[in-house]
Design a protein around this ligand. Structure first.
Ligand code: GLC
Length: 491
């Protein structure tokens, strides 16, 4: 099969979050299974050029219709750790992708509408006729709309679209300018409620909604989140749209790339280990303590790695730090926040805890250090408010680091409570799960983890093994996606 992925990120060259890992990991696995996969991306000024091999201009003159005129673009090609990537490089005063950042500009909706238009135009002009176009998040939500409304009539009638939603919080809501710019026009048509009209503001268009309505199949990144998106407020107003699209909507759990995240072969950790030599994990614990000047006592280390924001339950993370310190545990945190006020808060906290021999807050992001933390910590805290899939808990399991998570989204599909998950046999339970988003709930689960560590070390060790035995590789999800692709091709 011939698949073109269109996305705003692809790890490790362009990565703001889990989306980048998914685009890379899924593409790789599909290729291993004998499919042809190409990835179309924006050519950002700030991407990791040092990680791209053989970058060259392959299509110097692509004219992309935009408003009344056209914008001159070049298309580049290069290998990103083996993946075939095309990069769209517009030459206009807008400098759409020369902003020193991937997201966060006032005109993001226009930037990515342009990217989507250019991706379609490139496929058309370069005679690319993939069986499947796989789009990701709102940034590419206009692709199925333009395919059906414009490009189908220009010779692209056989292409099918799968649209994967990684985060419902960002939907790309914008004015009718989008229609003029992309050549969709016909506001009277597109503003309708059955169309792209936003479910709550009739004067605005909702790109993600358009993506859902027009795609042949829509997925989100875990079965539990697919349910939450339809039946709770977690799809931020798109529940009805998903409800009427239920026949083509499902949850497919993301995989993780075990070539990168595997303690047996990890090049960033001092001591490699697996189920056969689990004790070597503790050499990493020593190294982690050396690195962050933590005291070497017989105590568990609880860790958090990731973005610090409301989605991740930042107030509960903060609380978890103090709870750990008051209950004979150590805490290590690695992360930053996109919000200045949260960053400032954590910098204050860091100063406040500066002299603690049991705590270290590393307020930056460093992939290499994150490997050492996964390997060296005993437990991993993830009190998310919502979590479409989540990667950190799955990595933790592989590293024998017991996750303590809230039961939401993908966490429900990957972490099974040691004491309460009665439908699973004991040897399949792999962590601690709590229900509510409040202090008492986090404390309860952390208490159970810390007590098990001290009072029943053999049981704690069992829990570590149970997690390490799980296989959350891309193997199964890739099969699921191939099944979906086959299904929509046959329709
Ligand atoms: C988003 C979600 C996260 C998911 C990731 C990859 O970042 O917040 O839960 O794991 O996308 O799909």
């Amino acid at each position: 099969m011939y698949i073109v992925m269109v996305a705003s990120e692809c790890a490790p060259i362009i990565k703001a979050g889990g989306l980048g890992d998914v685009v890379y990991g899924l593409s790789r696995e599909l290729e291993i299974r004998g499919n042809t996969v190409e990835i179309i991306l924006p050519k950002y000024d700030c991407m990791r050029y040092d990680q791209i091999w053989g970058l060259q201009c392959v299509y110097p003159d692509l004219w992309v219709p935009w408003f009344g005129g056209a914008i001159h673009c070049s298309v580049w090609f290069g290998f990103a750790h083996g993946r075939k990537c095309y990069f769209i490089d517009p030459h206009s005063a807008d400098q759409f992708f020369n902003r020193g950042t991937y997201y966060g500009c006032n005109d993001d909706q226009m930037r990515f509408a342009f990217f989507s238009k250019a991706a379609m135009e490139f496929m058309l002009k370069d005679n690319k006729r993939p069986d499947i176009i796989h789009c990701h998040d709102w940034q590419t939500g206009l692709i199925p709309v333009m395919l059906a409304e414009i490009y189908k009539h220009l010779g692209m009638q056989n292409q099918r679209v799968c649209f994967t939603i990684h985060n419902f919080k960002h939907q790309g809501i914008y004015s009718g300018q989008l229609l003029e710019a992309t050549g969709l026009r016909r506001p009277e048509h597109f503003f309708r409620h059955e169309q792209m009209g936003d479910n709550f503001n009739p004067h605005l268009l909702n790109i993600m909604k358009g993506g859902i309505i027009y795609s042949n199949f829509v997925t989100t990144v875990s079965p539990q989140h697919a349910w939450e998106a339809r039946f709770t407020d977690q799809s931020y107003g798109l529940g009805h749209t998903l409800h009427i699209s239920q026949h083509k909507f499902d949850g497919v759990l993301n995989g993780v790339d075990y070539d990168i995240w595997n303690p047996e072969i990890d090049r960033y950790i001092p001591a490699r280990y697996g189920m056969g030599n689990l004790d070597d994990k503790y050499r990493n614990k020593e190294a982690l303590r050396d690195r962050f000047w933590l005291r070497k006592d017989y105590k568990p280390i609880i860790a958090y790695v990731g973005r610090l924001d409301d989605q991740k339950g930042v107030h509960l993370i903060r609380h978890g730090i103090f709870y750990a310190l008051h209950n004979n545990a150590q805490f290590i945190l690695l992360g930053t926040s996109p919000e200045a006020s949260i960053n400032a808060d954590f910098w204050n906290l860091k100063r406040h805890l500066n002299d603690s021999p049991d705590c270290h807050l590393e307020l930056s992001f460093n992939e290499e250090v994150s490997h050492l933390i996964y390997a060296g910590a005993d437990m991993f805290l993830m009190p998310s408010n919502f979590e479409p899939c989540g990667l950190s808990q799955v990595i933790s399991l592989k590293y024998g680091t017991v996750p303590i998570v809230r039961n939401v989204g993908g966490l429900v599909n990957t972490v099974f409570d040691k004491d309460h998950h009665h439908s699973k046999p004991l040897h399949e339970r792999n962590g601690f799960v709590f229900q509510h988003s409040d202090y008492a709930a986090v404390e309860g689960a952390m208490y159970r983890g810390i007590r098990l560590f001290y009072d029943y070390p053999a049981h704690f060790r069992e829990l570590m093994y149970n997690g390490m035995r799980y296989d959350f590789s891309w193997n199964y999800p890739a099969q699921r996606y191939l099944g979906i692709y086959d299904y929509i091709r046959a329709k």
